[in-house]
Design a binder for this molecule. Structure first.
Ligand code: NAP
Ligand code: ZN
Length: 351
């Protein structure tokens, strides 16, 4: 099937319309008409080859909400007309210990990412959700709970699960003291989810003007990370800190804020973090960890949790032609708090 999308053709070129072929349905496949796609900072990193692994052309987009248009003969989980969602991965080996545990993102053979990965059968490179349609095997298709506002649900598929997973791994609940570094797409979801789980939540931001927003999102406090006095006063006061900052930054400022046995989970930056001082880790048994999205079962759990609690991201809806401007604004941290592309604009834009 010929499909239209918006692709980057090189690290320095803006995204532009691009036609390509989606595979014909395999027996286990679901064809989805994309309604909304969230704009993740990872889309920008990949489009601009920040991680040195991008092949072109690339159609980003891994926060997908859409409607099923057709299913293969073996599909039992969904049917035409259902509202479904697809996140950051579309396949994995399904056999290794991690896949069997429901941690497909940690598949021993490597997961197949929604865009920029070779398909496990054909080697053809996957293309993401800044497009009209997508074809995905049924095991990677999520159900969107009834009643959830579809125009705002897409960011749960990456920003949501990436912050929910470390919160759940740390068994966050009432009484937990959680800090969130960086109030962007991931950060604002982390605030809503940690608060929804009953934690005491503090935003650590460079931007004092985000105070009112932080509170409106459900945070109990905001700590300005450049205020040395306030940072010193907050020593040993967190059980968990989730760091969503997308660029190289100094972790030494955050480690002492953890209490004994506390963990700093990095979900943002990929790459070297600079010189790390170990005393806070030794003299306080503090840990640094990382986390990558979450498994399919946990993503469904998150969607159902958000459905029950009506937790949704704060979105700014854009048309597909605004994607390059949205990327620029994201670089300037000028997003409150997630861009979502209304995919009905794609037909119009390409007419
Ligand atoms: P985003 O919306 O751009 O938010 C990032 C936030 O980080 C900004 O709003 C800003 O908050 C803060 N920040 C930005 N530049 C900074 C700097 N130079 N120093 C300190 N803080 C800075 O990005 P996002 O979509 O949330 O993604 C964040 C990162 O997570 C990206 O690198 C993305 O690739 C990664 N990611 C990882 C996973 C995973 O599975 N681990 C999944 C999705 C995304 P303040 O203004 O409040 O300081
Ligand atoms: Zn993402």
């Amino acid at each position: 099937m010929e499909v239209i999308g918006y692709a980057a053709r090189g690290a320095d070129t803006p995204l532009a319309p691009y036609s390509f072929e989606r595979r014909a349905l395999r027996p286990n496949d679901v064809a989805i008409d994309i309604l909304y796609c969230g704009v993740c900072h990872s889309d920008l990193h990949m489009a601009r080859n920040d991680w040195g692994m991008t092949g072109y052309p690339i159609i980003p987009g891994h926060e997908i909400v859409g409607r099923v248009t057709a299913v293969g003969s073996d599909v039992t989980r969904v049917q035409a007309g259902d509202v479904v969602a697809v996140g950051c991965m579309v396949d994995s080996c399904q056999r290794c210990d991690q896949c069997r545990k429901g941690e497909e993102q940690l598949c021993r053979e490597g997961m197949t990412m929604t865009y920029g990965s070779p398909d496990r059968n054909t080697g053809e490179i996957t293309q993401g959700g800044y497009s009209k349609h997508v074809v995905v095997r049924q095991e990677f298709v999520l159900r969107v709970p009834e009643g959830l506002d579809l125009s705002r649900a897409a960011p749960l598929l990456c920003a949501g699960i990436t912050t929910y997973s470390p919160l759940r791994a740390a068994a966050v609940g009432p009484g937990s003291r959680v800090g969130i570094v960086g109030l962007g797409g991931l950060g604002h979801m982390a605030v809503k989810l940690a608060s929804g789980l009953g934690a005491h939540v503090t935003v650590l931001s460079r931007s004092p003007d985000k105070m009112a927003d932080a509170r409106a999102l459900g945070a109990d406090a905001l700590l300005v990370s450049t205020d040395e006095q306030a940072m010193a006063a907050a020593q040993s006061s967190f059980d968990l800190i989730i760091d969503t900052v997308p660029v190289r930054h100094d972790l030494n400022a955050y480690l002492p804020l953890l209490d004994v046995d506390g963990t700093l989970v990095i979900v943002g930056q990929v790459g070297p973090v600079g010189e790390l001082m170990t005393p806070p880790m030794l003299f306080g048994r503090r840990r640094i960890a990382g986390s990558l999205i979450g498994g399919i079962a946990e993503t469904q759990e998150l969607l159902d949790f958000c459905g029950r609690k009506n937790i949704l991201p704060d979105c700014e809806m854009i048309r597909i032609e605004q994607i390059n401007e949205a990327f620029e604004r994201m670089v300037r941290s000028d997003v409150r708090y997630r861009f979502v592309i209304d995919m009905s604009s794609l037909t119009a834009a390409s007419d």
